[in-house]
Design a protein around this ligand. Structure first.
Ligand code: HEM
Ligand code: HEM
Length: 215
């Protein structure tokens, strides 16, 4: 066995992906927790819109990002996805270090749902189509919560099946693999810029500096 195919801890998730993920989880939880209080309305909008900004960034990063960030790496056709789900049921493992095709479906659905929540939230404020948009907003938010619960449960179950803590990997960026499977650059600077952009957009919205979005 040479050094390149010996198992070790290798970098898979770059910094922008990890910052994206945990800020998205915080934004979703924050928007959820502030959704019913009128006093916290601006905080609700700020969390909600900053979640959408994160998803828009992730779409660009899915096209130009590092190896495992790219959509082409984990979005597979229906045949391959079904084959993957079947092999999960028979207990065989997903080979490769990126997202598995079934999980990827859930993750992409979450991103689309967040954008839809943002759009219907914006239209609710503009009182577009009467109550229709606020009804749609609440319904889509509830559906998203169900998908989030499935997503978190799947991450925990898959961690047991694969005998690798996937939640810890989303924090450290590392998984067990061979050196040729590692990504080369952690992209710390871009991760920091994304975090700053999130804080700045939150600050602008919560302070009412972007009235076109909140009035
Ligand atoms: C991840 C993001 C978001 C989540 C999970 C979320 C969730 C919710 C939920 C559950 C409600 C219903 C509260 C209730 O009355 O019981 C609500 C209400 C509302 N949300 Fe959001 N929201 C998000 C983002 C946004 C955004 C970006 C906006 C845009 C400004 C927005 C604007 C509103 C408005 C105006 C209402 C009140 C609707 C009405 O009853 O008239 N939300 N949101
Ligand atoms: C405590 C809660 C959460 C945990 C433990 C968790 C865990 C994870 C893990 C382990 C992965 C990587 C899966 C893999 O290895 O293939 C992942 C990816 C992902 N999660 Fe979560 N998640 C949580 C909350 C959320 C929330 C609230 C959202 C969205 C509303 C979300 C959206 C996503 C997305 C979009 C990805 C794909 C990441 C990417 O490729 O950029 N997660 N999550």
């Amino acid at each position: 066995m040479n050094a390149s195919n010996q198992k070790q801890s290798v970098l898979v998730w770059d910094m922008p992906i990890r910052i994206f993920h945990w800020l998205l989880a915080i934004s979703f939880a924050g928007a959820w927790l502030t959704s019913e209080s009128e006093a916290q309305q601006m905080i609700h909008y700020a969390f909600g819109y900053s979640a959408c900004i994160l998803v828009l960034f992730r779409i660009i990063w899915g096209i130009v990002g590092t190896r495992y960030a790219r959509f082409s790496q984990f979005i597979k056709g229906p045949a391959e996805t079904i084959h993957h789900i079947k092999s999960l049921m028979t207990g065989s493992e997903h080979s490769g270090l990126g997202h598995n095709p079934a999980g990827a479906l859930v993750m992409i659905s979450l991103m689309i749902l967040i954008l839809l929540i943002g759009l219907t939230g914006y239209w609710s404020i503009k009182e577009f189509l009467g109550d229709v948009m606020s009804e749609a907003h609440e319904t889509i938010a509830n559906i998203t919560l169900v998908v989030v619960v499935i997503h978190v449960a799947a991450a925990i179950i898959m961690s047991f099946l694969q005998k690798e803590n996937l939640v810890k990997s989303m924090l450290s960026g590392k998984k067990e693999g061979t050196s040729d499977q590692a990504i080369r650059y952690p992209m710390y600077l871009l991760g920091a810029l994304l975090a700053i952009a999130w804080v700045y957009s939150f600050y602008l919205i919560v302070g009412g500096s972007l009235p076109a979005l909140t009035q």
